[in-house]
Design a protein. Sequence first.
Length: 181
Amino acid sequence: MYSYIKALHIIFVVTWFAGLFYIPRLMIYIIEANEKPEYEKTIIHEQLKIMLKRLWFGITWPSAFITFILGIWVALSGNWFNIVFQKEGKWFLVKLVLVLLLYGYHFSLQYLYTLLKNNKLNYSAQQIRYWNEVPTVLLFSIVFAVVIKEWLSFFWGLSGLLLLMLILIGGIMLYKEFRNK
Protein backbone atom coordinates (compact mmCIF):
# COMPACT_ATOMS: atom_id res chain seq x y z
CA MET A 1 0.00 0.00 0.00
CA TYR A 2 2.90 2.34 0.86
CA SER A 3 4.23 2.28 -2.72
CA TYR A 4 0.80 3.13 -4.17
CA ILE A 5 0.38 6.09 -1.83
CA LYS A 6 3.91 7.25 -2.63
CA ALA A 7 3.21 6.97 -6.38
CA LEU A 8 -0.01 8.97 -6.01
CA HIS A 9 1.87 11.56 -3.96
CA ILE A 10 4.41 11.98 -6.77
CA ILE A 11 1.65 12.25 -9.40
CA PHE A 12 -0.11 15.02 -7.48
CA VAL A 13 3.20 16.80 -6.89
CA VAL A 14 3.62 16.86 -10.69
CA THR A 15 0.12 18.25 -11.30
CA TRP A 16 0.61 20.80 -8.53
CA PHE A 17 3.88 21.98 -10.07
CA ALA A 18 2.19 22.23 -13.47
CA GLY A 19 -0.17 24.77 -11.94
CA LEU A 20 2.59 26.58 -10.04
CA PHE A 21 4.57 26.96 -13.26
CA TYR A 22 1.65 28.06 -15.45
CA ILE A 23 -0.30 30.39 -13.11
CA PRO A 24 2.39 33.12 -13.16
CA ARG A 25 2.75 32.70 -16.93
CA LEU A 26 -0.97 33.46 -17.36
CA MET A 27 -0.54 36.49 -15.09
CA ILE A 28 2.31 37.69 -17.28
CA TYR A 29 0.11 37.37 -20.38
CA ILE A 30 -2.66 39.33 -18.65
CA ILE A 31 -0.23 42.09 -17.67
CA GLU A 32 1.25 42.22 -21.18
CA ALA A 33 -2.25 42.44 -22.67
CA ASN A 34 -2.56 45.87 -21.04
CA GLU A 35 -0.41 47.20 -23.88
CA LYS A 36 -2.95 46.08 -26.50
CA PRO A 37 -5.81 48.20 -27.87
CA GLU A 38 -8.85 48.21 -25.56
CA TYR A 39 -10.98 45.76 -27.58
CA GLU A 40 -8.12 43.22 -27.77
CA LYS A 41 -7.20 43.74 -24.14
CA THR A 42 -10.75 43.05 -22.97
CA ILE A 43 -11.05 39.82 -24.96
CA ILE A 44 -7.60 38.59 -23.89
CA HIS A 45 -8.23 39.47 -20.23
CA GLU A 46 -11.57 37.70 -20.13
CA GLN A 47 -10.21 34.51 -21.68
CA LEU A 48 -7.02 34.39 -19.63
CA LYS A 49 -8.87 35.09 -16.38
CA ILE A 50 -11.21 32.16 -17.09
CA MET A 51 -8.20 29.92 -17.77
CA LEU A 52 -6.46 31.20 -14.65
CA LYS A 53 -9.47 30.55 -12.42
CA ARG A 54 -10.00 27.03 -13.78
CA LEU A 55 -6.34 26.13 -13.45
CA TRP A 56 -6.06 27.62 -9.96
CA PHE A 57 -9.20 26.13 -8.44
CA GLY A 58 -9.59 23.06 -10.66
CA ILE A 59 -6.03 21.74 -10.65
CA THR A 60 -3.53 23.69 -8.55
CA TRP A 61 -5.39 24.00 -5.25
CA PRO A 62 -6.77 20.43 -5.29
CA SER A 63 -3.31 19.08 -6.19
CA ALA A 64 -1.69 21.06 -3.36
CA PHE A 65 -4.23 19.71 -0.89
CA ILE A 66 -3.97 16.09 -2.07
CA THR A 67 -0.15 16.34 -2.17
CA PHE A 68 -0.19 17.48 1.46
CA ILE A 69 -2.51 14.69 2.62
CA LEU A 70 -0.62 12.00 0.71
CA GLY A 71 2.74 13.42 1.84
CA ILE A 72 1.71 13.16 5.49
CA TRP A 73 0.44 9.62 4.84
CA VAL A 74 3.74 8.60 3.18
CA ALA A 75 5.79 10.17 5.99
CA LEU A 76 3.76 8.44 8.69
CA SER A 77 3.68 5.09 6.88
CA GLY A 78 7.41 5.21 6.23
CA ASN A 79 8.24 6.37 9.78
CA TRP A 80 10.07 9.37 8.31
CA PHE A 81 9.12 11.67 11.19
CA ASN A 82 11.02 9.37 13.61
CA ILE A 83 14.37 10.12 11.96
CA VAL A 84 13.90 13.79 11.09
CA PHE A 85 16.27 15.07 13.81
CA GLN A 86 18.77 12.23 13.52
CA LYS A 87 21.87 12.32 11.32
CA GLU A 88 20.40 10.04 8.63
CA GLY A 89 17.19 12.08 8.55
CA LYS A 90 18.60 15.55 7.97
CA TRP A 91 17.70 15.30 4.28
CA PHE A 92 14.07 14.86 5.34
CA LEU A 93 14.26 17.95 7.54
CA VAL A 94 15.66 19.89 4.57
CA LYS A 95 12.85 18.54 2.40
CA LEU A 96 10.22 19.60 4.97
CA VAL A 97 11.62 23.14 5.11
CA LEU A 98 11.68 23.34 1.30
CA VAL A 99 8.10 22.03 1.10
CA LEU A 100 7.02 24.69 3.62
CA LEU A 101 8.66 27.30 1.37
CA LEU A 102 6.80 25.80 -1.59
CA TYR A 103 3.47 26.14 0.22
CA GLY A 104 4.48 29.72 1.08
CA TYR A 105 5.01 30.32 -2.64
CA HIS A 106 1.61 28.74 -3.35
CA PHE A 107 -0.06 31.12 -0.88
CA SER A 108 1.79 34.05 -2.46
CA LEU A 109 0.22 33.09 -5.80
CA GLN A 110 -3.18 33.07 -4.09
CA TYR A 111 -2.46 36.63 -2.96
CA LEU A 112 -1.45 37.66 -6.49
CA TYR A 113 -4.54 35.92 -7.90
CA THR A 114 -6.76 37.87 -5.49
CA LEU A 115 -5.08 41.15 -6.47
CA LEU A 116 -5.52 40.31 -10.15
CA LYS A 117 -9.16 39.33 -9.69
CA ASN A 118 -9.81 42.70 -7.99
CA ASN A 119 -7.82 44.58 -10.68
CA LYS A 120 -5.22 45.64 -8.10
CA LEU A 121 -2.19 43.72 -9.34
CA ASN A 122 0.54 46.34 -9.69
CA TYR A 123 3.48 44.11 -10.51
CA SER A 124 5.25 44.26 -13.85
CA ALA A 125 5.51 41.29 -16.17
CA GLN A 126 9.25 41.28 -15.44
CA GLN A 127 8.66 41.03 -11.68
CA ILE A 128 6.26 38.10 -12.17
CA ARG A 129 8.82 36.45 -14.48
CA TYR A 130 11.39 36.51 -11.69
CA TRP A 131 8.81 35.23 -9.18
CA ASN A 132 7.95 32.45 -11.65
CA GLU A 133 11.45 30.99 -11.20
CA VAL A 134 10.95 30.27 -7.48
CA PRO A 135 9.21 26.91 -8.02
CA THR A 136 11.99 25.84 -10.40
CA VAL A 137 14.60 26.40 -7.71
CA LEU A 138 12.42 24.68 -5.09
CA LEU A 139 11.76 21.71 -7.39
CA PHE A 140 15.49 21.19 -7.99
CA SER A 141 16.18 21.56 -4.27
CA ILE A 142 13.51 19.11 -3.16
CA VAL A 143 14.38 16.46 -5.73
CA PHE A 144 18.10 16.62 -4.98
CA ALA A 145 17.48 16.53 -1.20
CA VAL A 146 15.35 13.40 -1.59
CA VAL A 147 17.58 11.60 -4.08
CA ILE A 148 21.08 12.47 -2.80
CA LYS A 149 20.43 12.46 1.00
CA GLU A 150 24.06 13.19 1.90
CA TRP A 151 25.26 16.29 3.73
CA LEU A 152 28.51 16.59 1.81
CA SER A 153 26.46 16.63 -1.35
CA PHE A 154 24.22 19.25 0.26
CA PHE A 155 27.05 21.80 -0.04
CA TRP A 156 27.51 21.01 -3.72
CA GLY A 157 23.76 21.01 -4.21
CA LEU A 158 23.50 24.47 -2.66
CA SER A 159 26.32 25.67 -4.90
CA GLY A 160 24.52 24.21 -7.90
CA LEU A 161 21.29 25.94 -6.89
CA LEU A 162 23.03 29.29 -6.67
CA LEU A 163 24.44 28.67 -10.14
CA LEU A 164 20.96 27.68 -11.37
CA MET A 165 19.49 30.89 -9.96
CA LEU A 166 22.17 32.96 -11.69
CA ILE A 167 21.50 31.16 -14.97
CA LEU A 168 17.74 31.71 -14.64
CA ILE A 169 18.17 35.41 -13.82
CA GLY A 170 20.61 35.78 -16.71
CA GLY A 171 18.16 34.03 -19.03
CA ILE A 172 15.35 36.36 -17.99
CA MET A 173 17.55 39.40 -18.56
CA LEU A 174 18.65 38.13 -21.98
CA TYR A 175 15.03 37.41 -22.90
CA LYS A 176 14.08 40.97 -21.93
CA GLU A 177 16.89 42.40 -24.08
CA PHE A 178 15.95 40.16 -27.03
CA ARG A 179 12.28 41.07 -26.68
CA ASN A 180 12.95 44.82 -26.57
CA LYS A 181 14.88 44.75 -29.85
